[in-house]
Design a protein around this ligand. Structure first.
Ligand SMILES: *Cc1c(COP(=O)(O)O)cnc(C)c1O
Length: 396
């Protein structure tokens, strides 16, 4: 019995090295808790890994995964481009472009930003038009809006693709049916607009690589037929996001997905097709760690219950919106018990887990969750008067 419980320390996941824990502890001494620690070197590593394995794909970081301006700056400095989905996100990126000479700015904007929300308020289109932006669309109503309010935009048609097995599906809300795609492209050209490309999103945390393969094949067929029918060249293929993070070891390495993508792109597309991608999660998930503090403790039905100062209305919001599970781990060692961990708000929904394996914790003890950089802090609220976790940046 003893042995089993020892082996299951910290949810069966081995401790990160004690150096890192000591470092996190020091940070909390200095900055307080809850503390959201962003490791910028990890972000740079992720970008490098992406470029190493997909050298012919231009990466547009999906800002919604974590819109922290320092993250945008780090990626901008690496040469990354950006996928934005709202005017505030656009401005966070544009901040880095606006001081460039007018000529470069105009030529550069497509190279640096794609506005990849297929639904855009009229006011947004009006504000965007001066930048001659690259924007996505997936229906005729949006085309009419773009024609009226942002006629200088370049267009990318988003198509609906299979998303079997992805952690977060997007195809119920976005994407034209493949059967309607060519008609929409022809219609756009007839309206005097310019369709530059096609895009898709296979669903977030896509561990079923077959989704990408099918999407690449669908897109290639649509592109060929549209070029024939419209008599125009379509230059851009945007393969979206979905690149999975290794939250658990059963997720296959990025390298093996990249190998498949490279082969299929080479087989289906001409050399002059510009390939874009919109990685979100992949760039930031493993770069961030949350440290929280035990602020209350009880025993309910024989089970230890810990109340910590961060929860599902805050950094753990990804457990709700992103369907992602973040194991809560203790800093201290010791025999573990099946325990519940709750957030700080007065809502029973604010439950992080009912089944953490944790040693006996005291008030004031620290706990942490790793790989919590994507869809976490960005969807944190001020519910019940508790603000989002304080952010600290590590630039090694
Ligand atoms: C959310 C989103 C992304 C990022 O997806 P990940 O799975 O985090 O890589 C990319 N493109 C669009 C259009 C999105 O909505």
């Amino acid at each position: 019995m003893e042995d089993t419980s020892k082996a299951r320390k910290n949810n069966g996941v081995p401790h990160v090295d004690s150096d890192k824990l000591g470092f996190l502890e020091d940070l909390v001494k200095e900055h307080g808790s809850p503390l959201f620690v962003i490791d910028h070197e990890k972000i740079r590593q992720n970008y490098r890994e992406f470029k190493e394995h997909l050298p012919h794909v231009q990466a547009y970081y999906a800002v919604k995964a974590n819109s922290n301006p320092e993250i945008v700056k780090t990626l901008f400095d690496m040469g990354c481009s950006f996928d934005v989905a709202s005017m505030p996100e656009f401005m966070v990126v544009h901040e880095h472009i606006k001081y460039m000479p007018e000529k470069i700015r105009q030529d550069w904007i497509w190279d640096k930003i794609i506005y990849a929300n297929t639904i855009k308020p009229v006011e947004t289109l009006q504000a965007l038009d001066q930048y001659k932006p690259l924007v996505t669309f997936d229906n005729i109503e949006e085309l009419k809006k773009i024609k009226q309010y942002a006629p200088n935009a370049g267009l990318v048609l988003r198509i609906r693709v299979p998303n079997t097995g992805s952690m977060v599906e997007l195809s119920s809300k976005f994407g034209a049916n493949p059967g309607e795609a060519v008609d929409l492209i022809v219609e756009a050209f007839n309206m005097g607009l310019v369709v530059e490309g096609l895009s898709f999103h296979v669903g977030s945390q896509c561990t079923n690589f077959e989704n990408y393969i099918q999407a690449l094949q669908l897109s290639a067929n649509i592109m060929r037929e549209a070029e024939t029918r419209a008599g125009k060249k379509i230059n851009i293929l945007d393969i979206g996001g979905g690149f999975p993070v290794r939250y658990t070891s059963d997720v296959k390495p990025f390298k093996s997905l990249a190998r498949k993508l490279n082969a299929e792109i080479k087989r289906l597309y001409t050399k002059d097709t510009e390939i874009l991608a919109e990685p979100g999660r992949f760039m930031v998930a493993n770069a961030c760690t949350l440290v929280a503090k035990v602020v209350g403790k009880a025993v309910r039905d024989g089970k230890p219950c810990y109340y910590i100062n961060d929860g599902v209305y805050h950094t753990y919001s990804g457990q709700v919106f992103d369907h992602c599970n973040y194991p809560v781990k203790a800093f201290k060692d010791g025999d573990t018990k099946l325990s519940a961990v709750f957030g700080p708000t007065c809502d029973a929904f604010d439950t992080i887990t009912l089944s953490a394996e944790l040693p006996d914790l005291e008030l004031g003890d620290l706990v942490y969750s790793e790989n919590i950089g994507a869809y976490s802090h960005a969807s944190s609220t001020y519910f019940n008067g508790f603000p989002p976790a304080k952010i600290v940046h590590i630039n090694r």
